[in-house]
Design a protein around this ligand. Structure first.
Ligand SMILES: C[S@@+](CC[C@H](N)C(=O)[O-])C[C@H]1O[C@@H](n2cnc3c(N)ncnc32)[C@H](O)[C@@H]1O
Length: 422
């Protein structure tokens, strides 16, 4: 166990400043400008709070939970979930803020990440974080319940393997908001969690998670092994008048309006022209590939690249009626991009949280497309990749942000990059 740092367990009275990426706000212990940074959860900008330090490993910052609000911000609301609060469920970050305040916090974080990591002031380029239909609760189409070795269930606490015992999550759609009855049909074995996932079918899929095999870099756990024990093996989702089938454990946007919203924003951003050739990187089951293929028409084409075999198989079925679209199984790397036979007019990418990275960004700019469209689930990764584009003379010419994860700190962005002008 790590040795307690100098402030571990201490109660501090703090004036809370702006939001940090990850669902906390920054305060200073001691001098208001040069004091140690304290990342305070359960607080809002402008508040004065008493906060207990939860983690201090020395260095220039530590973490704390606001346990008493001395003076509250006007945006503060009573958290609708009884499990939200200091030391409780780690699934949500902003239950104590109104919806408008949550979106404003996310906008501040995006602007801040671009200033710090891309040295770019967004100004009017970002219009604010757009709301998705459906409100703050009841939106999650999948939920992973954690299981303890002794069989207890709940959701994980923040930065912890400990469980908050929970039977009902109000963020989930009503059909999956309650912990499932496991009535002996699920052989749980060494299960670490059970997941419920919904598509358009009436029954949810129930999946059992157990520890994956193999080794991962940097001591990370290998991805879980997933087993569907009840309900459909393949879930269906409707987007822009098409139905997509996706393995129950495969990637699909969790907010029911997200795939449609991001596809529309991406099409707006890159404005594909009939006859153009598009490269769709990190294509998943083809949620963006299909609308792009429809937009470029029979004289154009879309080539998707995706590393997960199951997603590639799903994409083949989902794109079967679009002869101008295909998804090939490959990892997106600088080398795989350099080996492409055809130069794309348009590149779109929708990478996982780590973003594309310097080498992939450089390789895709070297393909000299007319435009690059980027769907990003982490504004820090997007800002880092933007820095690479800007340093090569490319321009960020459009940026929209969507609150596809209400109550949490997560936010999705859709960006357009254009090559150096002239
Ligand atoms: C955020 S999802 C996007 C999927 C799809 N565009 C959609 O809208 O549903 C990212 C996808 O990238 C895939 N992926 C992750 N790393 C990859 C890599 N290095 N090369 C290719 N695909 C990768 C994942 O399997 C996942 O399907």
């Amino acid at each position: 166990m790590a040795e307690a740092g100098p402030l571990d367990g201490a109660t501090l009275e703090l004036d809370v400043g702006g939001p940090a990426h990850g669902g906390s706000c920054v305060a200073r212990h001691g001098d208001p400008t040069s004091g140690r940074a304290v990342f305070v959860r359960h607080a809002l900008p402008g508040e004065r709070v008493r906060a207990v330090v939860t983690e201090d490993r020395g260095g220039s910052y530590c973490f704390a939970d606001a346990v008493e609000i001395v003076s509250a911000a006007p945006e503060r609301v009573e958290p609708p979930c009884p499990h939200a609060g200091p030391g409780r469920c780690g699934g949500c970050d902003w239950q104590h803020a109104s919806g408008a305040a949550q979106r404003a916090l996310k906008e501040t974080v995006i602007r801040d990440q671009f200033t710090r990591l891309a040295r770019l002031e967004l100004g009017d380029l970002l219009g604010g974080v757009e709301e998705l239909p459906g409100g703050l609760l009841g939106w999650r189409s999948r939920i992973l319940w954690a299981l303890d070795r002794d069989g207890a269930h709940g959701l994980r606490k923040h930065r912890s393997h400990d469980l908050e015992p929970i039977d009902h999550c109000p963020l989930a759609q009503s059909d999956i908001a309650d912990f499932p009855v496991l009535a002996g049909d699920a052989d749980l074995g060494r299960a670490t969690g059970v997941e419920q996932a919904l598509g358009t079918e009436p029954e949810a899929a129930l999946l059992v998670h157990s520890p994956g095999s193999g080794r991962q870099a940097r001591g990370r756990r290998p991805p879980d092994r997933l087993r569907v024990v009840r309900g459909p093996e393949v879930l269906h989702h409707d987007v822009r008048g098409r139905t997509f089938g996706v393995q129950a454990g495969g990637f699909w946007q969790v907010h029911p309006a997200a795939a449609e919203t991001f596809a529309a924003a991406l099409l707006d951003a890159v404005a594909p022209r009939p006859g153009e050739h598009v490269l769709d990187l990190y294509a998943g089951a083809g949620a963006l590939t299909a609308p792009l293929a429809e937009a470029v028409g029979p004289l154009g084409s879309v080539l998707g690249v995706e590393s997960a075999a199951a997603a590639v198989a799903d994409a083949a079925a989902n794109l079967a009626d679009l002869p101008n679209a295909s998804v090939q199984r490959a990892r997106v790397t600088a080398e795989s991009l350099a080996a492409l036979e055809q130069s794309p007019d348009v590149i779109v990418l929708d990478p996982p949280r780590a973003g594309a990275g310097r080498e992939v960004m450089q390789a895709l700019m070297a393909l000299a497309p007319r435009v690059i469209g980027y769907v990003a689930c982490d504004p820090a990764a997007l800002a880092r990749d933007t820095a690479v584009a800007l340093s090569a003379g490319w321009r960020l010419t459009s940026l929209r942000a969507f609150d596809a994860f209400p109550m949490t700190h997560h936010v999705e962005c859709v960006a357009r990059f254009e090559p150096p002008s002239g």
